[in-house]
Write a protein that binds this ligand. Structure first.
Ligand SMILES: NC(=O)c1ccc[n+]([C@@H]2O[C@H](COP(=O)([O-])OP(=O)(O)OC[C@H]3O[C@@H](n4cnc5c(N)ncnc54)[C@H](OP(=O)(O)O)[C@@H]3O)[C@@H](O)[C@H]2O)c1
Length: 309
C-alpha cells in the first residue's frame, strides 16, 4: 500500500522531479548558512520556547530517513515486477541503515548530554532525511541497476569492494571522533562528581569555586549558555582539524558513491548536499572555538579541510 499515492513510493516521473529539485534547490538553500549566523542547535543553541530536547529531537529527525528507505526497498521492487533485488542493492541499503541506526538511535543514547534543538532545525533535518531517503531508496529499489549485467557496468566488483572499504573507514573515523567528544563530557562529569565528594568530605567550611563560569583558568575548557562543558578536542584527527567527525562522514558517503558507481545521481546529490550543509557549520564552528577559547589555544587547527579551510 502506498503512503502517498504516486509520491511515496514515487512514480518514475515524480522520482525524477524530486531528485532534480534535491540536486538544484538544496545547495543554494544550505548556503544561506554562510550569511546567517543563527543556527539554534549544539554549541550555537539558543534559549527558545520552540526548542526540543536534544536527544528526542535527534532521534525523531534522523530515524525517518532509514525507515523510509526500508519501506521503499520492501515495497517498490514488487510494484515494478522485480522478484529478487541484486545483492549490491541490498548491501548499499544495508550500509545506509547501519549508518543511520547509529546516528538516529545509538548516537543520541550514547551522548552524555545534548543541547536543545530548535524546531526549525529539526524540521529542516527531517526534510533532508525524507527527501534523501526517497531518492536513494527509489534508485536502489527500482530506478537504478536491477540485474547482474547492469551492476557489472555500473560498478565492477573491485570498485564496489573499495567503495565499501572507504565507507567503513569513514564510519569508524566518524564514530572515533564522536567518541572523543563524548569522552570530554564524561571526564568533566567525573571531575564534577569528584569535586562534590571532596567538598562533602571537607565539610561545610569549603567554598564552591565558580562552577557556573564560562572558562577554565588555563582557557582550555568552557561551559555554554545551556551549561554544557566544552574543551578543545585533541585526539586523532582533532590534532589537525576541529571537525574530523564531519570529514569522516564525508569519506563514508564518498565510499558509498564509489560503490554505487560514479553515475549514481542520488548518491552524488547526498554527498554534495552533506558538504553544502556541513561545510559552513564547520567554518562557523571554528569561529566559535576562536571566540570562546582564543586564537592561540585553537592554534593551527583547520576547520575541516586541512590546507584549505
Ligand atoms: N550538523 C549537521 O548538519 C550534520 C549533518 C549530517 C551529519 N552530522 C553528524 O552528526 C554528528 C553530530 O553532529 P553535530 O553537528 O551535532 O556535531 P558537534 O556540534 O560537533 O556536536 C557533537 C556532540 O558533541 C558535543 N560537543 C561538540 N563539541 C564539543 C566540545 N568541544 N567539547 C565537548 N563536547 C562537544 C555536542 O554537545 P552539545 O549538543 O551540548 O553542543 C554534541 O552532543 C557528527 O558525527 C556529524 O558528522 C551532522
Amino acid at each position: 500500500m502506498a503512503i502517498i499515492e504516486g509520491w511515496l513510493p514515487p512514480t518514475r516521473a515524480h522520482y525524477d522531479l524530486i531528485l532534480r529539485a534535491w540536486q538544484l534547490a538544496f545547495p543554494p538553500l544550505a548556503s544561506i548558512q554562510w550569511l546567517v549566523r543563527w543556527y539554534p542547535m549544539g554549541k550555537t543553541s539558543v534559549a527558545s520556547r520552540l526548542n526540543l530536547p536534544g536527544r528526542a529531537a535527534w532521534m525523531t529527525m534522523e530515524a525517518p530517513g532509514f525507515l523510509t528507505l526500508l519501506y521503499l526497498m520492501s515495497t517498490m521492487p514488487a510494484r515494478h515486477g522485480v522478484e529478487d533485488l541484486p545483492w549490491q542493492n541490498r548491501v548499499l541499503g544495508g550500509l545506509f541503515v547501519i549508518h543511520y541506526s547509529y546516528r538516529a538511535i545509538a548516537y543520541p543514547l550514547l551522548q552524555p548530554s545534548m543541547a536543545p534543538i530548535h524546531v526549525f532545525v529539526w524540521a529542516a533535518a527531517l526534510c533532508f532525511q525524507l527527501i534523501n531517503a526517497t531518492c536513494l531508496g527509489s534508485w536502489l529499489s527500482a530506478y537504478g541497476p536491477l540485474t547482474a549485467d547492469a551492476w557489472a557496468a555500473q560498478s565492477p566488483l573491485p570498485q564496489f569492494a573499495l567503495g565499501m572499504l572507504l565507507f567503513y573507514v569513514g564510519l569508524a573515523g566518524n564514530f572515533f571522533h564522536d567518541e572523543e567528544l563524548r569522552e570530554i563530557r564524561r571526564r568533566a562529569a567525573a571531575r564534577q562528581t569528584n569535586n562534590k565528594n571532596n567538598k562533602n568530605t571537607a565539610g561545610p567550611s569549603s567554598k564552591a569555586n565558580g562552577s557556573g563560569g564560562s572558562s577554565s583558568s588555563n582557557g582550555t575548557s568552557a561551559t555554554s549558555a545551556h551549561h554544557h562543558h566544552y574543551e578543545i578536542p585533541q585526539a586523532g584527527l582533532f590534532r589537525y582539524m576541529l571537525y574530523p567527525h564531519y570529514f569522516c562522514e564525508w569519506v563514508e558517503w564518498l565510499g558509498f558513491l564509489m560503490a554505487a558507481g560514479w553515475t549514481c545521481a542520488p548518491a552524488w546529490a547526498f554527498l554534495v548536499n552533506e558538504v553544502a550543509s556541513m561545510l559552513p557549520r564547520a567554518v562557523s564552528g571554528k569561529r566559535w572555538y576562536v571566540e570562546r577559547f582564543g586564537a592561540d589555544k585553537v592554534g593551527k587547527k583547520w576547520a575541516i579541510i586541512p590546507g584549505l579551510l
